[in-house]
Design a protein around this ligand. Structure first.
Ligand code: SAM
Ligand code: DTB
Ligand code: SF4
Length: 334
């Protein structure tokens, strides 16, 4: 969806926007389900990149220590526990710039993926940059979705990260699409960007072909020691507006109310679900930061009459849209 239309939608009176996003939501998502995804940081800290929001960059004194890749048996324990609490997608994150085929650490990750895939959960990984070969290997090992966020507008990206580019991010997403994995791609609100940047980010994501299967909308969790530690919090109305615009721009994607739920009241989260969010990160921890407690989230879903989505490992990546080109385009188009 083009920027001008996103701008028009976003700047309507709040209730007009929410009414429109609700109507689109009901048209495409007849059941009232919320996808529950559990995150696990399988390799924490010590990252070479300088993403200015991230506690895991080696460049900042955030108090997060660099750790080695977790042992497979420990990961399996956590995946089984996630399944027992009702989670249907297990998302493993690594604080790496990227992965390369033929390295021990990539082989170790493939081994972990193969075993987690046996649990009949959807398997998502976020490992940074991927080439064609790595994407194919992950798909073959049993990954159903790959998370790789563009985080902000192409114009604002260099203000947030200097060690890799926006186009590097788009290239990885292209490789994920070509390998037949679902793309999970979203961004962060509250990095110091303006509304125009937020809408340009959604413009890029909504032009992906095939479209993303899920879109995480994170609010900055200001991590001590990072350059963005003192940023003002995002308001609940800003989050709800962005969720509504995202729902309208990409009707069939799971829109995930992601990092930052600890800063939102239950009522604000209910508003976000009403506006079109139908997925959350579920479990007491995100990667290094806090998330609402499992019991609290289950209570909230029950009060709202929302059900947990069933697992669907047979999920196929969304089909390409026929009229769009499949090859990589210049900046901003994937
Ligand atoms: N290293 C990989 C990468 O950069 O893609 C995977 C892990 S990285 C931590 C995954 C995503 O987490 C980032 O793209 C960003 O959207 C989100 N994230 C990281 N720190 C955050 C924070 N403090 N607040 C909100 N979102 C954050
Ligand atoms: C995403 O969009 N958000 C998640 C996941 N993808 C990997 C990560 C949020 C991280 C929040 C900060 C932290 O835990 O360090
Ligand atoms: Fe590294 Fe990813 Fe954090 Fe950037 S967001 S510093 S690439 S772990």
């Amino acid at each position: 969806m083009l920027y001008d239309e996103l701008h028009r939608l976003y700047h309507q009176p709040f209730f007009d926007l929410i009414q429109q996003s609700r109507a689109i939501h009901e048209e495409h998502w007849s059941e009232n389900s919320v996808q529950l995804c559990t995150l696990l940081s399988i390799k924490t800290g010590g990252c070479s990149e300088d993403c200015s929001y991230c506690a895991q960059s080696a460049r900042y004194n955030s108090g997060v220590d660099a750790e080695r890749l977790m042992e497979k048996c420990q990961v399996m324990e956590r995946a089984r526990a996630a399944k027992e609490t009702g989670s249907t997608r297990f998302c493993m994150g690594a604080a790496w710039r990227g992965v390369r085929a033929g390295t021990k650490r990539f082989d170790d990750v493939l081994e972990i993926v193969r075993d987690v895939a046996e649990l009949d959960m959807e398997v998502c990984v976020t490992l940074g940059e991927l080439g064609e070969v790595e994407a194919k290997a992950l798909k073959e090992a049993g990954v159903t979705a790959y998370n790789h966020n563009i985080d902000t507008s192409p114009e604002n990206y260099p203000n947030i990260v200097t060690t890799h580019t926006f186009d590097d991010r788009l290239r990885t997403i292209r490789h994920v699409q070509d390998a037949g994995m679902s793309v999970c791609c979203g961004g962060i609100l509250g990095l110091g960007e303006n509304t125009e940047d937020r809408l340009k980010m959604i413009e890029v994501i909504s032009e992906f072909n095939p479209p993303p299967e899920s879109i995480p909308i994170n609010s900055l969790m200001p991590m001590p020691g990072t350059p963005l530690e003192g940023k003002d919090p995002v308001t609940a109305f800003d989050v709800a507006r962005m969720i509504a615009v995202t729902r309208i721009a990409v009707p069939k994607a799971r829109v995930r109310l992601s990092a930052g739920r600890t800063q939102l009241s239950d009522e604000a989260q209910a508003l976000c679900f009403f506006a079109g969010a139908n997925s959350i990160f579920y479990g007491d921890k995100l990667l290094t930061a806090d998330n609402p407690a499992v019991a609290h989230d289950l209570g909230l879903l029950e009060q709202l009459g929302l059900e947990a989505k069933k697992s669907d490992r047979s999920q196929q990546a969304p089909d390409p849209l026929p009229e769009r080109p499949l090859s990589p385009e210049p900046a901003g188009k994937v």
